[in-house]
Design a binder for this molecule. Structure first.
Ligand SMILES: Cc1ncc(C[n+]2csc(CCOP(=O)(O)OP(=O)(O)O)c2C)c(N)n1
Ligand SMILES: [Mg+2]
Length: 629
């Protein structure tokens, strides 16, 4: 029988050869980094991560993020070797359409692509930043739900990241807030291979990474050789023992380890090694170069062991949870709702109705009131702003809402700092952890958050973005603060629902949709962007105008003339009031005008054709769209 050391080596080399074979067969992908980091992935999954491959969504599991998503084969090989439902046949279909093993790891709500992939990665920097959200979520859940002797929530977040991740600015934003918040449940392992696509990192990257992270209040460890399991083990244990800070483990590795010609070269990054080089590398590992996609028998036995271990771990946790439920039934029920992505009964019962008022109020103001009315019944509706909460009106004002700070994690108001990009990525991390985050800034700065918003959309995560100061009505700040193309840019993003409500009552409806967007979008989950005014807008008289519940259909007839319309005026947000005023003038001039409030193009597009044509009859070609955002 093989010794444990031999078995470790066999598992590591299996990860390497599966990765080489898959990339070679697909004739595309990145073999070098999986080969180099195979020991790290093996060690993590084998000795550190707590998971149950038979139930990848188990609430008590540790989270693993492969931030360098281009090295996706590393993750797929590790999942296969640790008992996840990922047959070799799927690994052989790496990078093919519909495969469980897409080019970059994809997480879609409900784990539809590949269970065990906790978040989508590929755009460098997103994974590390999202992991901070996951770590925050754990701290929040632990603070709210754990009880003495019953630590239901106590997981760690492990991340593998690369030069590219740490070059991206978002990693600095995210590391800065993680260090500041003292997220000791977060461990990033940095693959210091000194290679990126264009060549050696010395071309563009010479900062002292360890010093940078120490400066950002992280605990830093260094491992000189990625193949040194004992050193890796020590570094990880020391990271886990650290109780006040997140940890960075800098691991020196050699891209394409074992490939005689391509090791330590950029050529190992973005293209298959080539048949000859694959053969040579297999020979180097002592493997048969003529065989492909091989999982040796002892490794298969180890897979079975991983399954047993996972089942035992989860059942121990389940026992603890049963005791917890017996002692704290209400909290346990709440936790179940979170885990299932559901909302409590009656969550919207206190959403206010706003009386007609010619002066009215800004939609950011009504938004703040509605948000607070909902948050009172959904404790896990949490979030904040990139230092603009007093302007965006997103502060949660309940007496126990509190500020989320280092060591004070039982709080609902987040202070992301002036870090819009990380704010969006962190929100994704909160959302994939079951929480219901909102994230807020001025509409103009949605650009700064855009890559994170795009991942919320791709992952179908219900992040609520609150963008205020949405038009020229923002005042005297000038062109730097004036959104021009932002509405169009947000509307251009697939799977993002953009809502620009016209008044306080539409704002209330918009929040209700945002909380439960799937109910209004044919079951499609995903993020919602609320686009709100700085300036007051009249609260429309709903006795005269149609009910604001029309918002749920994206567009609706707000006011009509007697008989078929001669002209349709369509508007969103603060411009709807202008059309309402025009309606009266047109009426006085004997023109039958229809006023359509169209707060959300996306929701409208999802309506049946009959409805859309009832609102905008094809027979009426005279249509005017009014929008000054
Ligand atoms: C935001 C972003 N920009 C560019 C890329 C394209 N890209 C993929 S990997 C990579 C860099 C590879 O270097 P490194 O991160 O060190 O990974 P390694 O090759 O060492 O595995 C780049 C630029 C990307 N995936 N994401
Ligand atoms: Mg690199």
């Amino acid at each position: 029988m093989a010794s444990e050391t031999d078995l470790d080596q066999l598992c590591i080399d299996t990860i390497r050869t599966l990765s080489m074979d898959a990339v070679q067969k697909a004739n595309s992908g990145h073999p070098g980094t999986p080969m180099a980091l195979a020991p790290v992935a093996h060690l993590l999954f084998d000795r550190f991560l707590r998971f149950n491959p038979a139930n990848p969504g188990w609430l008590g599991r540790d989270r693993f993020v492969l931030s360098c998503g281009h090295a996706s084969m590393l993750l797929y090989a590790a999942l296969h070797l640790n008992g996840y439902e990922l047959p070799l046949a799927e690994i052989e279909r790496f990078r093919q359409l519909g495969s469980q093993c897409p080019g970059h790891p994809e997480h879609v709500s409900g784990g539809r692509v590949m269970p065990g992939v906790e978040t989508t990665t590929g755009p460098l920097g997103q994974g590390v930043a999202t992991s901070v959200g996951m770590a925050i979520a754990e701290r929040w859940l632990a603070a709210r739900y754990n009880r003495p002797g019953l630590p239901i929530i106590d997981y760690n977040v492990f991340v593998l990241c690369s030069d590219g991740d740490l070059m991206e600015g978002v990693s600095s934003e995210a590391a800065s807030i993680a260090g500041h918040l003292g997220l000791s449940n977060l461990i990033w392992i940095y693959d210091d291979n000194r290679i990126t696509i264009e060549g050696k990192t010395s071309l563009a990257f010479s900062e002292d990474v360890a010093a940078r992270f120490r400066g950002q209040e992280w605990h830093v460890e260094r491992v000189e050789d990625a193949n040194d399991l004992a050193a890796l083990d020590r570094a990880l244990r020391s990271a886990l023992a650290e109780e006040a800070r997140p940890s960075l483990i800098v691991v020196r590795s050699h891209i394409a380890y074992g490939a005689p010609k391509k090791q330590d070269t950029a050529a190992a990054h973005g293209e298959p090694l080539g048949e000859d080089e694959v053969r040579a590398a297999k020979l180097h590992y002592g493997w048969d170069p003529d065989k492909h996609f091989v999982v040796p028998d002892p490794v298969k036995q180890r897979i079975a062991r991983a399954r047993e271990r996972g089942a035992e771990r989860e059942s121990a946790w389940n026992e603890r949870f049963a005791a917890y439920r017996a002692a704290h039934g209400e909290l346990a029920a709440e936790l179940r709702l979170i885990d299932d992505g559901r909302l409590p009964e009656g969550w919207d019962r206190d959403v206010p109705a706003f009386p007609a008022d010619a002066k009215g109020l800004a939609t950011r103001e009504s938004s703040g009131k509605v948000l607070n009315a909902i948050a009172a019944h959904v404790p896990w509706l949490i979030g904040g702003a990139a230092d603009l909460a007093p302007s965006t009106k997103t502060r949660l004002t309940a007496a126990d809402a509190g500020d989320f700070e280092s060591g004070s994690y039982r709080a609902s108001n987040f202070h992301f700092g002036i870090r819009e990009h990380a704010m969006a990525a962190i929100s994704n991390g909160l959302a994939v952890s079951g929480l219901r985050p909102f994230a807020s800034t001025f509409l103009i700065f949605s650009d700064y958050a855009r890559p994170g918003i795009r991942l919320s959309a791709l992952m179908e995560q219900p992040v609520i973005y609150v963008f205020t100061h949405d038009s020229i009505g923002l005042g005297e700040d000038g062109p730097t603060h004036q959104p021009i193309e932002h509405l169009a840019a947000l509307r251009a993003m697939p799977h993002l629902v953009v809502i620009r409500p016209a008044d306080a009552n539409e704002t209330a409806e918009a929040w209700k949709v945002a909380l439960d967007v799937a109910a209004h979008s044919g079951g499609q989950r995903g993020p919602v962007a609320l686009v709100l005014t700085r300036q007051a807008v009249p609260t429309l008289d709903r006795k005269r105008c149609a009910s604001a519940t029309g918002l749920t259909r994206g567009a609706y007839v707000l006011l009509d003339g007697d008989g078929p319309p001669e002209v349709i005026l369509m508007a969103t947000g603060s411009e709807v009031q202008l059309c309402v005023a025009a309606h009266d003038e047109l009426k006085a001039a004997g023109i039958r005008a229809r006023i359509v409030s169209m707060p959300s193009w996306e929701l409208f597009e999802r309506q049946p054709r009959e409805y859309r044509e009832a609102v905008l009859p094809p027979s009426c070609g005279a249509r005017v769209g009014v929008e000054m955002a």
